[in-house]
Write a protein that binds this ligand. Sequence first.
Ligand SMILES: Cc1ncc(COP(=O)(O)O)c(C=O)c1O
Length: 391
Amino acid sequence: MSILDQIENRSLTNSVKWDRMAEIYQLEDPNDILPMWIADMDFAAPAVLIDAFKKRLEHPVFGYTFEDAEGTQAFVDWAKKRHGFTIDPSWILYQQGVVPAIAAVVETFTKENEAVIITPPIYPPFFNVPKNLNRAVKECPLHEVDGVYSFNFEKFDNMTQQEDVKLFILCHPHNPGGFEWSIETLQEITRICEKNNVLILSDEIHADLILDGRKHTPLAQVAGDAKNRIITCMAPTKTFNIAGIQVAMMIVSDEELRARLREHMLKHAQMSLNIFAGVALKALYSKEGEEWLEQLLPYISENMDLAISRLTEIEGIHIYKPNATYLLWIDYRQTGKTEEEIMDLLLTKGRLALEPGSKYGEQGEGFLRMNVSCPRSLVEEGIKRFTHALT
Ligand SMILES: Cc1ncc(COP(=O)(O)O)c(C=O)c1O
């Protein structure tokens, strides 16, 4: 038995995933619904983190703090070892999350009414954060054939030439699709953005969650000189299931861009992390953290294989195996059901909460996102409920 088979009861822990379903899905009684929606895992965090927190708690004072240089170095070493990503520690600016980092980048490098490009289907804050800041959002939808997504480079090139376009937000690996972009695609993205003077924010929060022995390639690492026009976001929060700790890194190799971002963050008083974030970086970007991750990745891959083999027995259901993340992107278009119908069946008959694809833009219609980062017995239960709902 793996430690990942252990069920943690997360109900009544202020967990968004387990305790917020009534509001999100408008349910009177969500108590027996199995949540396989928002992207956090149901696994306990690595023991090395719990031990580090316990040790810190032995000191009873939690006053103002500042970033821990050892924690930063631990991340720099991790990025080099795991991703071949060479980072100078001075390039790193911390934020409380990747979404706040996106807001900081959008506000610093674009003006109101200027435009940001996104490529739906895509993680919803890519739409919402720029919109809420009164920026125009220009969509360059991905092209999809049998669950395989690709860039529409002709449209992308034309769009990046438009006067008002200042920023492109890339999701790499891609959420909700669950895949790593190829090196050729990454190089073409940087070539076009460099030529048309468009800055890139590369959200690589899922970088550590690459499956089946593959490797993540950071955009900035293959961008050559264009790397100075890239801001990469990474974090330990998805990797080690610590979203509630709230920490993310912005990697900004260009001194001028970094100075502008730092000034923006100072204006918004955004400079320090909470005391546990520093402890977490140091504890998790370590040999023990890596061992935990090496156990996690095959477990997720097997969860995916299990869910794919069983769910695709249902008529009209197709799933292309992701090579990254712990999210399945389930294609139900051939069932002929509408999103409303399928969500209703899943929630009322199956008692199962998945993410409706339209959350990721209209290109997500006909898809459901299912989070399989949980003990195998819960994946089995999810499969049972899905099958019961649809058959
Ligand atoms: C692509 C992507 N970016 C950012 C986030 C959230 O980042 P944070 O919790 O650090 O704000 C998620 C969470 O699912 C995500 O999938």
